[in-house]
Design a protein around this ligand. Structure first.
Ligand SMILES: [Zn+2]
Length: 95
């Protein structure tokens, strides 16, 4: 017997939407580790800013150096608000 449920709403959230950032333009997206976010999580203490404390699973979110936190390889655009973005993402995933 198959079970088919009808759902009224299907919400799909990704990191860009969750953080309130627009999708990166393939023509300008940073080719660093941030994938257009301007920051990325890392467990490597050598990449952490001084005094950074890892979260409960060992990550620190750091500004992407190649794009200087803008998420763009041309360096234009606003630098990501890392802490605000991470807070929004955590809220979206219920963490
Ligand atoms: Zn980047």
């Amino acid at each position: 017997m198959s079970i088919i449920r009808r759902v009224r709403f299907l919400e799909v959230t990704d990191r860009y939407k969750a953080a309130g950032r627009s999708y990166p333009d393939p023509k300008t997206v940073c080719r660093g580790r941030c994938e257009g976010m301007g920051f990325y999580p890392t467990k490597n203490p050598k990449e952490w800013p001084e005094g950074a404390k890892p979260d409960e699973i060992g990550f620190v979110f750091v500004k992407c150096a190649p794009c200087n936190g803008t998420g763009r390889r041309d360096g234009k655009g606003a630098t990501a608000d890392i802490e605000g973005s991470v807070r929004k993402i955590r809220k979206a995933i219920g963490g």
